[in-house]
Design a protein around this ligand. Structure first.
Ligand code: FNR
Length: 380
């Protein structure tokens, strides 16, 4: 169907499903075990109510903000997600092109299907990118990647260290669909990777497990952050924080080591790592309750389960500075290449603005807990 007839993210996802391979669909759709966290991510937002104020001139509303000091036109960003070219040849560069009109930030996955250089090659000069790292058992490989990203520092402004996937999870959709080695090889970004992926034709595991190969499981507060500081001077964002305790530790670390951690991303990896891990919004509520000072020390970003502009506005009201989408960008790409990503962002950005105006808010900075009723989610 023509992209302009797709009116919401469910329709984008359904359209993508008809365009992409079964294997690609299974990999993107999949989540850990019974998919409870994946679905909870969204239902958590549904159970939070808005408290709109009326009698406000809402002719105009601005979503502009800053993330780690960089200007962006919207707090909506693209989360790091592997292998965009499985969905469409436009790949990660297509995602960059699709979101450029909205002045949104993009975090590029460690397992992107294009090189970091290719992805930013045609990006608008003011577009903000981050690069996501899975630390490898071969630290030398990670150090080489960090050096490479350091050379692209006018484009990649920070490094995201993902912590919520120390071991591969069980993703049954992905595993059942098996692996088309040829497909992985074709969408690899380098000859070295092609050889690596081609050399492991294991049809009993999914794409997720194949990509995981080589990832380190021995990361700790004491060892990994000092190591990282030696190999990059870009600001660090910790992704996959799921409790107020770890958010607090991150803030403490940031306080003691200025110039290190600048933000945390509350995320359960789109439900793909540990099933029944909490949705980001629950962790946001925990932080508000037990250690709200975290919000003053580091930026708190969230992702997982975003389907509507109202979800985004709710997260912002509860203290998030930015809100990411993983699958939505991939589904957009699958539905229509870079134009599908553009349509996805047009829908979400439109919904954010409508929501703000309905709430009597004309600037994103006005959003706060007074606009939110969390009694339903905090009942227990
Ligand atoms: C991911 N995610 C992810 N995260 C990460 O840090 N590095 C990665 O390489 C990937 N790869 C990846 C692939 C696919 C297909 C998906 C769907 C997700 C997780 C991602 O960054 C984000 O946390 C979730 O996607 C957010 O949930 P939603 O928006 O997909 O519901």
């Amino acid at each position: 169907p023509p992209l302009h007839t797709l009116l919401n993210l469910d329709e984008i996802e359904a359209a993508a499903k008809t365009q992409i391979s079964k294997k690609c669909w299974a990999y993107y759709f999949s989540a850990a075990d019974d998919l409870h966290s994946k679905y909870l991510n969204n239902t958590a937002y549904r159970n939070i109510l808005l408290r709109p104020r009326v009698f406000v001139d809402v002719t105009r509303a601005s979503t502009a903000t800053t993330l780690l000091g960089h200007k962006v036109a919207t707090p909506l960003y693209v989360s790091p997600a592997a292998m965009a070219r499985l969905a469409h040849p436009d790949g990660e560069a297509g995602i960059a092109r699709g979101i450029s009109r909205f002045g949104a930030m993009q975090i590029v996955s460690h397992n992107a299907s294009m090189t970091p250089e290719q992805i930013v090659a045609d990006a608008a000069p003011d577009q903000v990118f981050g690069w996501q790292l899975y630390v490898q058992t071969s630290r030398a490989k990670s150090e080489a990647m960090l050096a490479r990203i350091g050379k692209l520092r006018d484009r990649y402004k920070f490094v995201v260290l993902t912590l919520d996937a120390p071991v591969p999870s069980k993703r049954e959709h992905d595993e059942k669909a098996g692996i088309e080695t040829q497909l992985l090889v074709e969408s690899s970004k380098s000859e070295e990777e092609k050889a690596k992926k081609g050399g492991r034709p294991d049809s009993s595991s999914g794409v997720g497990q194949q990509l995981f190969w080589g990832t380190a499981a021995d990361l700790t507060w004491d060892t990994t952050l000092p190591w990282l500081a030696k190999h990059t001077d870009l600001p660090i964002v910790l992704k996959g924080i799921q409790t107020h305790e770890d958010a607090y530790l991150a803030a403490q670390y940031a306080r003691k080591n200025p110039g290190s951690i600048k933000a945390v991303i509350l995320s359960n990896h789109g439900g793909r790592s540990l099933d029944t891990a909490p949705p980001a919004v629950h962790t946001l509520l925990e932080i508000r309750k037990y250690c709200p000072e975290v919000f003053d020390i580091i930026e708190v970003w969230v992702d997982g389960g975003i389907r509507r502009g109202t979800d985004i506005v709710k997260a912002l009201c509860l203290g998030a500075k930015a809100v990411g989408v993983g699958r939505a960008a991939l589904w957009g790409l699958g539905a229509g290449g870079w134009k599908g990503v553009e349509r996805t962002f047009e829908i979400l950005q439109g919904e954010i603005e409508t929501c703000m105006k309905m709430m009597g808010v004309t600037d994103i900075s006005e959003l706060g807990p007074r606009f939110i009723n969390t009694r339903v989610v905090e009942r227990d």
